[in-house]
Ligand binder design. Structure first.
Ligand code: ADP
Ligand code: MG
Length: 352
């Protein structure tokens, strides 16, 4: 067990690192943020900071010596240098390596017995064309690495659009994936302990806008809830096969044939932000509990319903109205410029 008073290293200083730090502080831990950028929003709430490249094995080694346990808040990190952290890194490098490569991820999910959309790895225009002939349009091209919030993706609505899509994603190694007709999207969020104990939250239903999460609602609709037992089984099989320690999120499409895994995130997730006020134990606190070996917290709902909505780019300007609204829990990330598509904050309503 890593007791309160210890220092938790967090690689990545964005809003997830910020909210993890706040949860850690509540339990009496200090956090140490590792991020190459000068000014990151987790700085405001963390005790220590290393500013160094993610590629620097030397800086990561030093960081590892100064913390009692380490975790990461995003998955686009080079894996090799992190190996220097050894057992201190939770979740381990395996969760990271699988989740950061869409081809490895899909193959792994299939090996775990989960269903994914029909897909092909592609590395040239000829392969994209062959994949579309096979999968049929509509399909979506996604770069294997570095995609988030719908970035690095291009839809192919007819075979003629193959070249435009390939150029659109920058001719990077990618996966071509059949479009899934879904009635809704939802996620399974769970936390797992080293000894195999685990806990699920109620699954939120997630609405996206232009590839970015707009809203998460709990409880989800009936069409999703019927698929949750199967989805949980798949998510837990993935967590176990990874030997995952901490929070793991699995995004699903609710299709007529049952749940289809979209992607996994080896971390706390935007679709779990509602748990801060909507669940007895938030995803952030539970992640800290799991990586430090504290007992699991209760994950049940605090009230009947919770709805979380993101504030993206200029929507941050709504803050005066939201902060004045009764029952709205407003979270502002303290980021600088409100660039389009940038997640600036979120708010949650918890309803009886
Ligand atoms: P990101 O890593 O950017 O979150 P996702 O793969 O989750 O990328 O895609 C973002 C969103 O795009 C999904 O939540 C979904 O709404 C839509 N989408 C992605 N892939 C498919 C697909 N195969 N079929 C239908 N919709 C999809
Ligand atoms: Mg996603």
């Amino acid at each position: 067990m890593i007791p309160p008073g210890s220092t938790i290293g967090i690689i990545g200083g964005g809003q997830l690192g910020r909210m993890l730090s706040i949860a850690a502080a509540q339990l009496g831990y200090k956090t140490h943020i590792y991020d190459p950028h000068e000014d990151v929003c987790a700085d405001d709430v963390a005790a220590y900071r290393t500013r160094a490249a993610f590629e620097s094995a030397e800086a990561i080694t030093r960081f590892g010596e100064s913390v009692d346990v380490a975790t990461y808040e995003f998955e686009n990190l080079p894996v090799e240098p992190l190996k220097a952290l050894g057992e201190k890194l939770r979740p381990g490098v395996r969760s990271l390596a699988i989740a950061q490569d869409r081809a490895a991820e899909k193959q792994f999910i299939e090996e775990c017995g989960g269903r994914v959309a029909p897909w092909r790895p592609v590395a040239s225009l000829a392969e994209v064309r062959a994949a579309i002939a096979d999968l049929r349009a509509p399909a979506v091209l996604k770069t294997r690495r570095y995609g988030y919030d719908g970035k690095g993706q291009a839809w192919i609505r007819s075979a003629e659009e193959a070249e435009k899509a390939w150029l659109g994603i920058g001719e990077e190694p990618a996966v071509a994936e059949a479009g899934v007709p879904f009635s809704a999207e939802f996620s399974v969020i769970l936390a797992r302990w080293e000894d195999g104990r685990h806990a699920f939250w109620d699954s939120p239903q997630n609405a996206h806008d232009g590839g970015i999460l707009r809203r998460s609602t709990v409880p989800c609709s009936d069409s999703c809830s019927a698929q949750i037992p199967t989805a949980r089984e798949a998510a837990l099989a993935i967590a176990e096969a990874l030997g995952h320690v901490g929070v793991l999120t699995v995004e699903f499409f609710a299709s007529v044939d049952g749940p289809v895994v979209n992607e996994i995130a080896p971390r706390v997730h935007n679709s779990g932000h509602w748990t801060i006020e909507g669940a007895v134990t938030s995803q952030f606190e539970q992640h800290i509990r799991a990586i430090c070996g504290l007992p699991p917290g209760v994950t049940g709902l605090t009230r009947g319903h919770a709805v979380m909505e993101n504030l993206i780019g200029p929507e941050i300007e709504r803050w005066p109205e939201l902060v004045a609204e009764r029952g709205v829990h407003l979270h502002l990330y303290g980021k600088g410029e409100a660039r389009p598509g940038r997640k600036m904050g979120h708010f949650t309503r918890v309803i009886r």
